[in-house]
Design a protein around this ligand. Structure first.
Ligand SMILES: C[S@@+](CC[C@H](N)C(=O)[O-])C[C@H]1O[C@@H](n2cnc3c(N)ncnc32)[C@H](O)[C@@H]1O
Length: 252
């Protein structure tokens, strides 16, 4: 009987061990599953956060682009102070970029407008007779001033200003020569050389340029040694200007 009992006991303990092992395995599997679930949850959370971040960035970018299109700098709103240091810095930099780009655009459009205005007046002058041009600028002195303002800006962009070349050439000539500058503009030639220069233009913005149409210059025949037409042969009566220049020149 005792032998039988001990045999049964042995078998029971063996069974118990097996059962325990199985239970341990199941528990481990459950723990693993739980860990996996936790990891998945964490992963999902991170991905959601990333998506939200991306969406926010995308929205911000869209806003910036829209503002760029409308030429409006981004206002410094309160959320700027809620940002981290790095992000605030980036935001300010991007705002400065917008300011700079709008400034650039504005100056570009200003230049374009000025250029267009200049071309328009130039065309007007080219299609008018000297007499008509004189009348036009006498009644629109402001237009003349603007024309010369823009002309100065345009000249800055040129590689060579022909007036500079003329000035350098005249500087090498004898000092006792007399010069007529026909279509003198603001009369820079007269102020740049030592010879006696008579400056004439449709409109005068200073004391040394005489107002006249250069087809009728108030100087006597054969009274000057050099006649200068620097970019001024521009009216429909330009041949009259040339003939007038010829009249003014000394013979020989
Ligand atoms: C392009 S600007 C050149 C100005 C100057 N010669 C210079 O180089 O700085 C041409 C000038 O010729 C002048 N002009 C054109 N036709 C004229 C005319 N019939 N009588 C007087 N001046 C004239 C215009 O008023 C203008 O000032």
């Amino acid at each position: 009987m005792d032998q039988k009992k001990s045999f049964r006991k042995g078998r029971n303990t063996k069974n118990n061990n097996k059962f325990n092992k199985k239970r341990n395995l199941k528990q481990k599997q459950k723990q693993k599953q739980k860990q996996k679930q936790k990891q998945n949850q964490k992963h999902n959370k991170k991905e959601k956060e990333k998506e939200i971040k991306k969406e926010k960035e995308h929205e911000e970018q869209n806003e910036i682009n829209e503002r760029k299109r409308k030429n409006k700098p981004k206002p410094f709103t309160k959320n700027l102070f809620g940002m981290g240091k790095k992000r605030r810095k980036n935001q300010n930099q991007s705002n400065q970029g917008i300011h700079r780009s709008t400034k650039k655009k504005n100056s570009k459009t200003k230049n374009k407008l000025q250029g267009a205005r200049f071309r328009l007046l130039n065309e007007k002058l080219c299609s008018m007779t000297g007499k008509q041009a004189l009348k036009y600028f006498r009644t629109n002195k402001e237009q003349f001033k603007k024309y010369h303002q823009v002309y100065k800006e345009q000249v800055k962009k040129w590689d060579n200003n022909p007036l500079d070349v003329i000035i350098e050439e005249i500087k090498t000539r004898p000092q006792n020569l007399k010069i007529a500058d026909l279509g003198a503009g603001e009369g820079r030639l007269e102020k740049s050389v030592r010879q006696k220069v008579y400056s004439f233009d449709l409109c005068s913005t200073n004391s040394w340029v005489t107002e006249c149409d250069i087809s009728h210059v108030p100087l006597e025949d054969s009274s000057v040694d050099i006649v200068v037409f620097c970019l001024s042969l521009m009216g429909s009566t330009y041949i009259d200007y040339l003939l007038e220049g010829y009249r003014l020149l000394k013979i020989g």
